[in-house]
Write a protein that binds this ligand. Structure first.
Ligand code: ATP
Ligand code: MG
Length: 230
């Protein structure tokens, strides 16, 4: 089927931890994101921003409460489906060992024209054209022959191809590649305008553009609302 077809997210009384020997890193989170909204997540280092996004992919254990996406509790969805349907651009993405084509389309579902279009949308086309074997260029393990910013753009192109209703972006810190960061922001504002996008934001400019801002402190939501009201 095509779940999630809208991309609404409800997090109810959710607490989560990395292992049952460890303390919770998120406590009693209660938030609701309507489909198509842009959500900025901020807070100090260690406050739980990345952990919150990882709970959506069931990469850490939910010990209390639940997460509902388009009416379905994510604990009822297979982890494989969940991770295919929700796209994430991590702070430091690791590509698969293989070609650009394989990284964009591991299931070989799309033709060249669609791959090039997705690269163009993600503003990555120019770089791939310059590569010796273009779509068939091999990116080495861990993606060392391609910059971190370019890896993020490849992830973005993949999310666009998959038509993911939900996109998570763990934005690079202020010191890292300002240029790529503004490229990512503008692509998200245009090509992902109807998608639900959660951005872990380190810059005030990113937050100002969001529909909703969520501020975390020590694993708890301490502010939640429109940027104007914070
Ligand atoms: P940053 O701004 O530095 O990226 P963050 O807000 O994303 O920080 P998290 O990475 O979510 O913070 O960390 C929240 C808490 O979870 C911290 O106390 C951290 O030590 C802990 N934590 C993070 N990753 C793991 C892990 N793999 N195993 C155990 N604890 C972890
Ligand atoms: Mg983080």
């Amino acid at each position: 089927d095509n779940w999630p077809n809208r991309g609404s997210i409800t997090i109810q009384n959710m607490s989560a931890r990395y292992a049952n020997t460890l303390d919770p890193v998120l406590t009693n989170v209660n938030v609701k994101f309507r489909s198509g909204k842009k959500i900025g997540i901020c807070g100090r280092t260690g406050s739980g921003k990345s952990s919150l996004t990882l709970t959506l992919l069931r990469m850490i254990d939910i010990i209390e409460g639940r997460i509902i996406i388009d009416g379905i509790d994510i604990s009822d969805i297979s982890v494989l489906t969940l991770r295919r349907r929700i796209s994430i651009i991590p702070q430091d993405p690791v590509l698969f060992c293989g070609t650009v084509r394989f990284n964009l389309d591991p299931e070989r579902k799309y033709g060249d024209a669609e791959l090039w279009y997705a690269l163009e949308i993600a503003q990555m086309k120019g770089y791939v054209i310059e590569m010796d074997n273009q779509l068939d260029t091999i990116v080495t393990e861990g993606g060392d022959n391609i910059s971190t910013g370019q890896r993020q753009l490849i992830c973005l192109a993949r999310a666009f191809l998959r038509k993911s209703r939900i996109l998570i972006m763990d934005e690079a810190t202020a010191s890292v590649d300002l240029q790529t960061d503004s490229t990512l922001q503008s692509v998200i504002a245009t090509a992902f305008s109807d998608k639900t996008v959660l951005t872990i934001a380190h810059r005030i400019s990113t937050i100002l553009d969001s529909d909703t801002v969520l501020v975390l402190s020590e694993g708890r939501v301490v502010e939640y609302g429109t940027p104007q009201n914070l």
